[in-house]
Design a protein around this ligand. Sequence first.
Ligand code: FES
Ligand code: FES
Length: 210
Amino acid sequence: MIDHRPKKPGGPTGHSRRDFLRGSGVAAATAVLTGQAAMGLDEAQAAEGEPKVLAGTIQITLKVNGQDRSCSVEPRSTLLDTLRHRLDVTGPKRVCDRGTCGACTAIVDGDPIYSCTTLAVSCQGHTIETLESFDTGERGVPHAFHQNDALMCGYCTPGFVTACKAFLDKHPDASLEEIRKGIDGNICRCGTYIGVLAAAQAAAKAMKGA
Ligand code: FES
Ligand code: FES
């Protein structure tokens, strides 16, 4: 069976995060056509020889910000729709809804993913983190964005904050260039990249207690 779990993003020495995210969107889209999506369907439907009916709703449980959250979704439901419309977790934003901008970024098993192109059913059994669980104090990434004027309209900001958090958790000593590459799956149409990079560097320092 194909492994549809989110793959590891590129770090300082790997592929860029944009390369990774592009791949994760394809994997998520493929999942709906395979047994992965059938995981949440009734066992009888998923039994060998039976057609897998991808319709109706299924009950799923997702571990979101440390809590088990249950809801019913259609098998085709994205993680973004499920978080926002079923679980009232609105940190991830819908902007492009097609895996290009990063506004919908969530963290699954420590890796940043586009939640608009990830199926909710494929996230069962994995840990999901969103903006709502982040430290809002002086050592947190949101504070660094505020202090470094890292936003204008703010549409991209939740995604950038989430991408920075995911990257810095794994690469606390990353250089400026490595941070730039690590968060390049996100786009800011207002062009606040200088502020975003400054915020990421400040957050890296603060997270280490420097
Ligand atoms: S809304 Fe998901 S990548 Fe733009
Ligand atoms: S602050 Fe406007 S899109 Fe980034």
